[in-house]
Design a binder for this molecule. Sequence first.
Ligand SMILES: [Fe+2]
Ligand SMILES: [Fe+2]
Length: 169
Amino acid sequence: MKLDEQRKLQLEEIYNTLLNDEKVLKMKDIPMHFGSNCYEHSFKVAKLAMKRALRHKSVNLEALLIAAIFHDYYLYDWRKDKSKKKRHGIDHPSIAAKQAKRDFNISDQSIKMIESHMWPINFKDFPDSKEARILNLADKTVATIEFMSSTKQKKNHRDKTLEDISKLF
Ligand SMILES: [Fe+2]
Ligand SMILES: [Fe+2]
């Protein structure tokens, strides 16, 4: 998909605004897979989802970008909270969706993508749009890369490449 200048700027603005948003920055305090944190993971997923989405025609890039950034916006550490530990894999997409709606009033289309990002673990929430499937697979790819590189990574290592999304478009 070829984007015009205005569209590129619009996407960059969404990305960069959320990258520096006070509430989004709270995800830095939530540890993720193997030395990563929720913030870093989410923006990596967002970048990969955008990269893959650009290969398709007619994808709602804005809705996908926002869903990717908020897909793990659950804001608790399941390792410390025993009540959350057991059902985290199943429950966190709907918690993230609800909190993203509460804090940022994001669209229903993005909400549905967030809710289905853990399919097939969340078997009832099938990713029923192209955008939802791109998010679902981008999340699994990034989680796998994080797992594979965990031994090389320092704890909470900050990925400098997150800062620049402009090369993507
Ligand atoms: Fe997740
Ligand atoms: Fe994720």
